[in-house]
Design a protein. Structure first.
Length: 326
């Protein structure tokens, strides 16, 4: 039995900050409305010439450094993203070249659930024994697919990147139990394409030959969010043979503070056990969980043996949860 441990984390937020007041000079909105409905105070916006791969690379470098390994030690790179710089090559291939790593690299597209999908995928490769260090990145330049005249969506999103290095470690008690004791314990992934019209970007390579902009029925997404994310957590707990009182830290997708609070309540977790930094960087889609994770890890909030739960929902609809013992 081989376990997948997070051995390094890193993140990157672009220098430029767009506050709610800045947005109020662009569309008919105000700081009070945005804060009360979403908890968001500001978002970071990539520079004009700053690519998704540049942000992903910055976060990756920090994760590699904190894992105390070299880029040459990476056996695979997975980038969860919805906003790639090019139709191809993938962001992952661009990051691989920048790092000088020698390994397979590919992108994973599950919108805001991308990081949970990517972690679960990386875990399979590690458990199979074929990979030792997998760099999992969530990186998004959401500002490039926003309609800056649509106040219902442009206030919600931001740019940034977060990364982890998942490392393989043998489970020394494998003879006693065939399940991991630390690292990733279980995950649950799901999608329902029939809800694709409540959150989508109206462009694409084969349809309009342009990236398009985000359209969202916010109230419908909100309705699905808490129910589906809590159900996913329960499924992941069931797979790991645990109950919700075992969770020490919830690291949820950072989309809306109201959703985060409702989910925490449903999981019966005190608010100081629920990681939130949505106020600082808004919804960064696939980057939001690794950004929150790095923020909490940097402030040494997690202790060895703590049970972390990552959970997300996004366009597709896609959703999922992943349990990890720190
Ligand atoms: O990764 C998943 C991504 N998506 C989400 O997580 C989004 C989930 N949904 C939400 O977070 C919320 O539905 C929103 C924050 C998007 C909207 O909050 P809401 O409480 O559902 O507001 P609403 O859509 O019901 O709109 C209420 C009012 C409307 O005005 P009327 O029709 O009542 O006169 C909107 O036109 O607020 C208006 N409004 C705004 N007012 C000021 C909508 N956007 C804004 C705005 N500033 N930015």
């Amino acid at each position: 039995m081989i376990e997948s441990h997070i051995i390094g984390t890193g993140s990157y937020l672009p220098e430029k900050i767009l506050t709610n007041n800045d947005l109020a000079s662009m569309v008919d909105t105000n700081d009070e409305w945005i804060v009360s409905r979403t908890g968001i105070k500001q978002r970071h916006i990539a520079g004009e010439n700053e690519l998704n791969a540049d942000m992903a690379y910055q976060a990756a470098q920090k994760a590699i450094e904190s894992a105390h390994i070299q880029a040459q030690d990476i056996s695979m790179i997975i980038v969860a993203t919805t906003t790639p710089d090019y139709t191809f090559p993938s962001v992952a291939a661009c990051v691989q070249a920048k790092l000088g790593a020698k390994c397979p690299a590919f992108d994973m597209q599950a919108v805001c659930s991308g990081f949970v999908y990517a972690m679960s995928t990386a875990h399979q490769f590690i458990q199979s024994g074929s990979m030792k260090h997998i760099l999992v990145i969530g990186s998004e330049k959401m500002s490039s697919i926003l309609d800056w005249k649509d106040r219902r969506t442009c206030i919600l999103f931001g740019d940034g990147a977060g990364a982890v290095v998942l490392g393989a470690k043998p489970n020394i008690d494998a003879s006693v139990s065939n399940t991991p004791h630390r690292g990733i314990l279980s995950s649950y992934l799901m999608a329902q394409g029939q809800h694709k019209d409540i959150l989508y970007a109206d462009g694409g390579v084969a349809s309009t030959q342009s990236a398009g902009v985000i359209h969202m029925n916010g109230q419908e997404v909100f309705k699905h969010a808490v129910t589906k994310m809590s159900a996913a957590i329960n499924q992941a707990l069931k797979k790991a043979g645990l109950t919700k009182d075992a969770i020490d830290w919830l690291v949820p997708h950072q989309a809306n503070q109201r959703i985060i609070d409702s989910l925490g309540k449903k999981m019966k977790l005190e608010s100081d056990r629920v990681i939130s930094c949505v106020a600082n960087h808004a919804n960064t889609s696939a980057a939001s969980i690794p950004l929150a994770l790095d923020y909490a890890a940097q402030s040494s909030q997690f202790k060895e043996g703590d049970l972390l739960c990552f959970v997300a929902i996004g366009g597709g609809l896609t959703w999922g949860a992943c349990l990890l013992r720190w």
